[in-house]
Ligand binder design. Structure first.
Ligand SMILES: Nc1ncnc2c1ncn2[C@@H]1O[C@H](COP(=O)(O)OP(=O)(O)OP(=O)(O)O)[C@@H](O)[C@H]1O
Ligand SMILES: [Mg+2]
Ligand SMILES: [Mg+2]
Length: 513
């Protein structure tokens, strides 16, 4: 049995007490550009595929139709790109859906497999600073030159054949990721679903090696439904005939849906065991903090073991089993779990200006609760109980500020700051961080709601709304001085977290993402 030390993000997992080169299509005008500007041009064109807020609103009524069109469209694009099912299947994919913990689970699985010398591809969303973070080769974001080169290959072909029906941003990136993974000859791809599962464009793959469903919670309810059973239906949409699927524990109603969908698709389904059922070879501090990460670790361990069994890849010190049970986790796997890095999730950044940042991309009820618990433990661990605390918070899309914010009340925060999740007040369409999906006015309105909802419950309300992340950041930084230490919790949106990480990186010249 493993022993979990005090319920802290630093909780250590204890050992048992006993013991085809494809040619670029045509000569694009961009081939004359220098490396960086070619990359910038690719990001600008990519951003032009984002739907703006007005279009999203207009299309809302046709959502179901559009959803159903996603996969047939993807198949057409793949055909144009000459990417066959056979090539996709040869990527040996681990496909992961779920509401919370997809990225973390994928990151753990990737770190473990890379540790065994496999050439890995990792596709995740969203990104924090650079769009290239979404497509990783051997754990590192694909480089600018490769990104731009493959971008124009895909863009030129699709533009030529589908100019009146260009793929939207996420769909395009998914196609680009497949193209890059094939070109880079990766041996395994860990693929995170964008939204839902059933209609998500990542679901164009026909034969993954194994599927995972992480913790379920309420998010994107206008698309996926407002009941956990409806949400589970979408997530189980990635299940395939005879492809094993493993899920993190969930409610009975959601579990019933997962089971019945698995049965109807002839998917062997099992639940990931608690992390306490594994025997870790040594005490470890997992690379992503917080006890909520334990379920992601267990799921990742199961996915990796099942993947290895299906691929007949030997994992030293791990025995295969027909059961989804805890197993002996050898030293090298402990090292891999510890080495996993997943910025923007329970991340602590110390600066030399008397400010400590706690950053976490929580944006659903369950993750906000997890974030609050993690932050409380981190504050104690860092001995910052008596330090002035500021909350930088924003919630986006159809999420409700008052529902989410309430989880942060026990943290002793004295001031809330909110702003749109835009880095600067003027939009730079060639920037990696540009997000056109949400209108500025709507975001300002949301920021005001966040502050209002927080202030209502405070004895001394002093919330502030700024017009962009950088003005909010400058305000917060100006609040600190040698005699005034500050602790800042940044949460509610990964875009907000990414923006702040970007600004801290620029200011301190440290690499955080
Ligand atoms: N198992 C979990 N249970 C509850 N909250 C979690 C869990 N795993 C991660 N989180 C929370 O969710 C946030 C995002 O984590 P992660 O990137 O792993 O999830 P995701 O499913 O990829 O999210 P997204 O919807 O942003 O793509 C974290 O910052 C953390 O607050
Ligand atoms: Mg999500
Ligand atoms: Mg994600």
């Amino acid at each position: 049995m493993i022993r979990l030390l005090p319920q802290t993000n630093r909780a250590l997992l204890r050992p048992p007490t006993t013991t085809t080169t494809i040619q670029a299509c045509g000569v694009n005008q961009n081939s004359r550009m220098s490396g960086t500007s070619r990359y910038e041009e690719s990001v600008r064109l990519l951003n032009s595929l984002q739907s703006n807020a007005a279009t999203i609103k207009k299309l809302r009524g046709q959502r179901e139709n559009l959803q159903a069109m996603n996969l047939p469209q993807c198949r057409k694009y793949l055909e144009s790109l000459r990417i066959s099912d056979k090539e996709l299947n040869a990527l040996n994919i681990i496909h992961v859906s779920g509401t919370k913990g997809k990225g973390s689970t994928c990151a753990y699985a990737e770190a473990i497999l890379r540790h065994q010398g496999l050439r890995t591809g990792l596709y995740t969303s969203p990104h924090l600073i650079h769009v290239r973070e979404r497509i990783r080769i051997d754990g590192e974001p694909v480089d600018e030159t490769t990104f731009a080169e493959e971008f124009f290959h895909v863009y030129d072909i699709i533009k030529k054949e589908h100019s009146d029906n260009m793929p939207a941003y996420f769909k395009f990136l998914t196609l680009l990721a497949f193209r890059i993974f094939i070109k880079m000859n990766v041996e395994v791809v860990i693929l995170e679903v964008g939204i839902g599962g059933e209609y998500d464009c990542t679901n164009v793959i026909e034969k993954p090696k194994v599927c995972g469903v992480t913790t379920l919670d309420y998010d994107h309810i206008s698309i996926l439904g407002s009941k956990l059973s409806e949400i589970a239906w979408h997530k189980a949409g990635i299940f395939k005939k005879d492809v094993p699927a493993i899920y993190s524990p969930t409610t009975t109603e959601a579990e019933e849906v997962l089971i019945s969908r698995a049965a109807s698709k002839s998917t062997p389904l099992s639940e990931a065991p608690p992390v306490s059922s594994y025997n870790f070879a040594r005490q470890i501090a997992p690379g992503i903090s917080g006890i909520h990460q334990f379920s992601n670790i267990s799921l990742a361990l199961q996915l990796v073991r099942t993947w290895a069994e299906k691929c007949e890849f030997s994992l030293p010190g791990v025995s295969f089993s027909t059961k989804t049970n805890g197993f002996d986790v050898p030293l090298w796997m402990c090292d891999a779990i510890e080495s996993c890095r997943w910025p923007g999730r329970s991340q602590v950044v110390n600066t030399d200006r008397n400010i400590t940042y706690l950053l976490d991309g929580a944006h659903t009820p369950k993750s906000m609760e997890a974030c609050s618990e993690w932050a409380q433990e981190e504050i104690v661990h860092l001995k910052k109980e008596n330090v002035k605390k500021i909350l930088l918070f924003q919630c986006t899309a159809d999420r409700c500020p008052s529902t989410l914010i309430q989880y942060l009340k026990p943290l002793g925060i004295s001031q809330i700051v909110s702003c749109p999740t835009q880095l600067y007040s003027s939009v730079d369409k060639s920037a990696d961080s540009t997000n056109l999906n949400a209108s500025r006015d709507e975001q300002m309105e949301k920021a005001a709601q966040c502050v209002k909802s927080w202030n209502e419950s405070m004895d001394h309300p002093n919330g502030k709304v700024f017009d962009c992340i950088s003005s909010a950041f400058e305000f917060i930084e100006s609040e600190a001085s040698p005699s005034q230490e500050i602790l800042v919790l940044v949460t509610g949106s990964l875009h907000l977290v990414g923006g702040v990480l970007n600004l801290i990186e620029t200011k301190t010249h440290q690499k955080l993402v």
